[in-house]
Ligand binder design. Structure first.
Ligand SMILES: [Zn+2]
Length: 188
């Protein structure tokens, strides 16, 4: 720190001190490699492809790893009461990462819309990493593969955005809007 210079934030894990998702991921790998199975992050090869903006890739990464501040987690660390831990999309079950993105009837309606549109049958394997791997492994026409992958990212992004809009902006669940946003992103 120098008195004649303005303080700036730097990213110490990059030679040029510039933050990038790539360097962030390499830090995560480095920090975790001692504790995890060798293939634990094999799914990531389909994640960091630049098909969607980095912030969307990053969100999906945290969702797959279950590292989200969903209400069950906030309850565990004493930030909210159990009576406030219900999912805001259905108000029927506690909000966990899996419930919010795949188990909730509201989320299922979104996935079903996409599957119906594509004429594909797919069912959730029951855990986040499996969902990502199984979605990416679905056989679709080669020229539509990229779109198919983008749909997964877009739906996760839309569910999280809607959930936050309901909690922080008194929004309402809007399946039609989600459909439009997912379609728009896929066609960009
Ligand atoms: Zn729900």
């Amino acid at each position: 720190m120098r008195i004649d210079q303005v303080d700036t934030l730097i990213w110490k894990h990059d030679n040029k001190c510039i933050f990038s998702v790539k360097s962030f991921v390499s830090v995560l790998y480095k920090n975790n490699n001692r504790e995890v199975e060798p293939n634990m992050y094999a799914f990531a090869k389909n994640l960091w492809k630049g098909l969607v903006p980095p912030r969307v890739e990053l969100l999906v990464w945290f969702v797959i790893l279950g590292k989200m501040n969903t209400k069950d987690r906030l309850f565990e660390i004493g930030m909210i009461r159990d009576v406030d831990a219900n999912c805001v999309l259905c108000d029927a079950e506690w909000e966990s990462v899996y419930h919010l993105f795949f188990g909730c009837k509201a989320s299922l309606a979104i996935w079903d819309e996409a599957l119906n549109h594509w004429g594909v049958s797919w069912s959730s394997p029951g855990e986040m990493k499996g969902c990502f791997e199984s979605w990416m492994g679905v056989q679709v026409r080669r020229e539509q593969k990229v779109l198919w992958m983008i749909v997964f990212f877009s739906i996760i992004w839309e569910i999280w955005s809607q959930r936050n809009a309901i909690i922080f902006k008194c929004g309402k669940f809007d399946l039609k809007k989600i459909k439009c946003n997912v379609a728009a992103r896929a066609l960009q």
